[in-house]
Design a protein around this ligand. Structure first.
Ligand code: DAH
Length: 348
């Protein structure tokens, strides 16, 4: 084969191979095979020395011309492939605007606050206004003014968190119930008739178990007026029970004792799950205990600034956690404030 033949077959082969190159890696391979230092063209030009002297200049020109031609083809292919590489990278990175968006995580009211909001609505419909009273309370308001005897067991250090105070200062504690709010509200409004709802946190020095926490919530309701009877208490409870647990829910009062009410009662509602027939939730009693209530004790009315000869009132204190636990079948109160989001998120 003459040099001319070799050159033209190399030219054809190199162009065909270049046309088949698909990416930059393939192009690098092509370069070293045809125009690299150890490539076909270099090998061919080394062979020129074997030619007769008069043919060498012409053959040398042709080799150089082919090198220039292939280098230009290489540069063009490189530019094209680089552009294609960037284009495919961009295509892979493309944002699919048709994908559904991600919902931002929204906050929601804690289960306890959901129940309290519902309670506020229901009592609001009966004309009760929401009132706040302190969590850090004088012993006198938490116990004494509510007619607790000096030696009442609830005053025990074992049951109550007392605040360390300087010697001679009055005894201060974390309220163990929302009832001291009754005294605050009465002193603010006496001798006007009043209806207040007092929701908030309460604290007890208790062993934490599935049934009891050191901190939980209560809401206290209090109505004081000139002709308030136990019938009014029962009517208010019946309305609350129907609105909270559904139409047809029955209310039952059982005699009980609290120092600040006389008479005192425990309020039960007919089990909303089994309609009073008996089931696991009501422990086959047909009734669920909701909380304490009664007619405001005359001593408490007087401590609040009302003349018990002219005024009477009813009051009660219930726990929203207990209401929620019954309603949702929650059997462990610790989930409420453990900080484990998996518990609270179920009610979001
Ligand atoms: N303070 C009581 C408790 O924590 C609950 C209670 C009972 C409140 C009877 C009342 C009431 O207002 O009349 O156990």
């Amino acid at each position: 084969m003459t040099v001319t033949d070799e050159l033209s077959s190399l030219e054809q082969e190199a162009h065909a191979a270049l046309a088949a190159v698909r990416d930059l890696a393939g192009l690098a391979e092509w370069k070293s095979r045809y125009i690299g230092k150890a490539g076909a063209l270099t090998r061919l030009s080394r062979g020129l020395g074997a030619l007769p002297a008069e043919q060498r200049p012409e053959a040398g020109r042709r080799v150089n011309a082919l090198r220039e031609q292939l280098e230009a083809a290489y540069a063009a292919a490189e530019a094209r492939l680089k552009h294609a590489a960037i284009a495919s990278e961009l295509a892979a990175d493309r944002v699919d605007v048709t994908l559904p968006g991600r919902r931002p995580a929204l906050g929601y009211a804690h289960l306890t606050n959901q129940v309290l909001a519902q309670v506020q609505e229901i009592f609001g419909e009966m004309g009760f206004q929401v009132w706040e009273s302190p969590e850090v309370e004088l012993d006198e308001f938490n116990f004494g003014l509510l007619n607790f005897a000096e030696d009442h067991p609830a005053r025990d250090m074992q049951d109550t968190f007392y605040v360390e105070m300087p010697p001679g200062a009055p005894s201060v504690l974390l309220r163990t119930h929302t009832s001291p709010g009754q005294i605050h509200a009465m002193r603010r409004y006496a001798p006007q008739p009043l209806r207040v709802l007092l929701p908030g946190k309460v604290y007890r020095n208790e062993q934490v178990t599935v049934r009891s926490e050191m901190m939980f919530h209560q809401f206290e309701f209090l109505a004081v007026g000139r002709h308030i009877t136990m019938g009014d208490l029962k009517g208010a409870l019946a309305y609350f029970a129907e609105r909270m647990y559904g139409a047809g829910t029955q209310v039952r009062l059982r005699p009980s004792f609290f120092p600040f009410t006389e008479p005192s009662a425990e309020m039960d509602v007919s089990c909303f799950l089994c309609d009073g027939k008996g089931c696991r939730v009501c422990k086959y009693a047909g009734w669920l205990e909701i909380g304490g209530c009664g007619m405001v004790h005359p001593v408490v009315l007087r401590n609040g600034g009302y003349d018990p000869a002219q005024f009477s009132g009813f009051a009660g204190g219930f726990g929203p956690e207990r209401i929620a636990m019954l309603k949702y079948g929650i059997d462990d109160i610790r989930g409420f404030y453990s900080g484990d989001a998996r518990f609270v998120e179920q009610f979001g």
